[in-house]
Design a binder for this molecule. Sequence first.
Ligand code: SF4
Length: 702
Amino acid sequence: MDAMTESQGERVTRTHCPYCSLQCGMTLQRKGRTALEVLPWAEFPVNEGGLCRKGWTAGDLRGHRERLTTPLVRDRATGELRAAGWDEALDLIASRIQQLQTSYGADSVAVFGGGGLTNEKAYQLGKFARVALRTSQIDYNGRWCMSSAASAGNQAFGIDRGLPFPLADLEHADVVVLVGSNMAETMPPAARHLDRLRERGGKVVVIDPRKTATADRADLFLQPVPGTDLALAQGVLHLLDAAGAVDEEYVAARTTGWDEVRRSVASWWPERVERVTSVVTSELRELAALLANNRKVMILTARGAEQHSQGTATVLGWINVALALGLPGREHAGYGCLTGQGNGQGGREHGQKADQLPGYRMIDDPVAREHVARVWGVPPESLPGKGKSAYELLDSLGSTESGGGGGARALLVFGSNIVISAPRATHVTQRLESLDLLVVCDIVMSETAALADVVLPVTQWAEESGTMTNLEGRVILRQQAAEPPKGVRSDLDVIAGLAERLASPVPFGTDVEEIFAELGRASAGGKADYSGITYDRIRDEHGVFWPCPAVTDGPAHPGTPRMFADAFATPDGRARFLVVEHAGPAEPTDDAFPLHLTTGRVLAQYQSGAQTRRVRALPDDGPFVEIHPMLALRIGARDGDAVVVRTRRGEMKAPAKVVTTIRPDTVFVPFHWVGANRLTNDAFDPSSRMPEFKVCAAEVTA
Ligand code: SF4
């Protein structure tokens, strides 16, 4: 079947789910004027027709009664949002941007993007910020998702691609170790690969403070204290070295830095690891033996390991284990990160990150600036430098008189619901409220849109085309399946309309295929080289893995499903062992806050819930506080009783969910609703600038 066909008068389109980084293939069949029926796409190899309930119900947002269909402008007299025309709204935004930049400089206007935007939008947004706004202040919510793994990958391998192999390779491994991943609930179709691995006799290891649905499938489950995954990795490496399990030949031929790392883990005796992590020595030895006695081992980290003030160091600790075993580059083995957001990978490759230009080029590299400026048709010296990371940007918003950090006075938000998803959310909300201008593009009135001075109604996934890059580095194509509602425009139209009004030195187009071709030219020669990828190739090949450079004098480059077979992307081609030391959470527990608070997702909801909370077929019971029966007894709460969670930043009240699957010293709150991120800590990793969403000190009372 072609990518898009007419079938008995009903249009059928092959596309991908609007939500997580698995980007499951699906078929959409149009029914009537607005309805879209989700059907399987069995041939797409990542999910083979399988979807989770979020995917099956994705069509329900079409025609939703809360869908925004007209621009809204806040009336200065009444303080209320009122309907406006597109020209009025865009003229207003442009004139206020010009006033602010005239008074306070180019950096007084900031842009905040999202890990769910298509590659084309992420690319245009980065270009718009640097060329039309001339601001350095652009970052995106993907900074809060996978940036620690990205930072570690760049340091150790010289490149950041979530999985350096196709997901289906999991089935052929001997052992898969999941560090801080609840794959069975966050991306259920991926868990089938674990099931097949176990049917073949392979083993699954899960490391998580909660015994999740994924842990239920594990052959070995370790339940460390939150924030101690790095100590666990150090202990594993210590045991592997002591057992003579290090692949000395691989280490000598393909890596640097082993001697220093070997010395650094010498003191991580199992008893010390047990004291820090609470994982008993017998379990630690069992894990080390599994790794030592199997050749095809995969170690995968996810948010549980990464969203820490030591997230980068933690990932590097596990990469050290993988390198010692000689895994990266070996068939059906290696280290990988399970990215989270739909386009978490592509979103950070093409320029909406504060320090990057398209193709994963660094903005402070003169050669990179020269190349990208030539593609954009502007002088390299006109491009601003590196801006602030996502949380730092938000923390600095507003004048110092308003309690801000003297940062930007206007913020344009594309594809992000900051009020729900930012750490220390009460403080961030105050910063948003202090702005002279807040513009939000969204499909519904999200909590962030409700604060805006101007809200622009934009198209959603099935109403537009564009590429995404999934967790495997596979560039896939979302295809338009239906017309958008009247009055709604694409983010690309918004960018083009504003660029024109701001007298951008170069025009901004809206044709996605032309934008993708320009993105390819801008990325050519960079680490994330997309220049050999075309829409036709993506359709024909079930996606194309980057890097895929254009070839002018021979057969097309096949793309790169598997990386590191011969060399790493470092200057000397060798992977780097890097010394890291466990320091623990930025906010340790104490008498006032004796518990560890950790946050995460539930099966039926996605990210801030702006979309999934509005899908009636998905259960929405609101937030809850997961606690152990021993803790429930201590505070005198029963299952379902309202309890209050407090941290140094705020508090929230929600029903207790009493379960034996969580550690007695730990509390879990899902982050899809208002509340969880009022509690979280804004301490962040010094390298990735990723906040510590996964652990802070808390108290719970009935
Ligand atoms: Fe697949 Fe993720 Fe969509 Fe579920 S939410 S259907 S796992 S892409």
